[in-house]
Design a protein around this ligand. Structure first.
Ligand SMILES: [Zn+2]
Length: 82
């Protein structure tokens, strides 16, 4: 695959962090397996992983965040991708 940023074709394995925004809350999902551009460091996540990240974020928000409480201040939840 080719990097959309720098057109480099070499990717290395690594992990990345992705913020998922839902109303007033942000879930920061860490340690997501990704392919990282060897040249510029742009992370690429496959579709299946992206769906898992989304599911994890929804789970975290349902369990922990009171949207009523976070109306005035944003809540940030950090979740490690498993
Ligand atoms: Zn690149």
């Amino acid at each position: 695959m080719t990097c959309v940023i720098c057109k480099n074709k070499r990717m290395k394995r690594g992990t990345t962090v992705l913020p998922i925004e839902r109303r007033e809350a942000i879930v920061l999902v860490t340690d997501i397996p990704a392919r990282i551009c060897a040249n510029c460091g742009e992370p690429y996540i496959d579709e299946r992983t992206a769906k898992q990240v989304e599911a994890l974020a929804n789970e975290e928000l349902n369990g922990r965040v009171s949207l009523r409480k976070s109306r005035t201040r944003r809540t940030v939840v950090v979740a490690e991708f498993a």
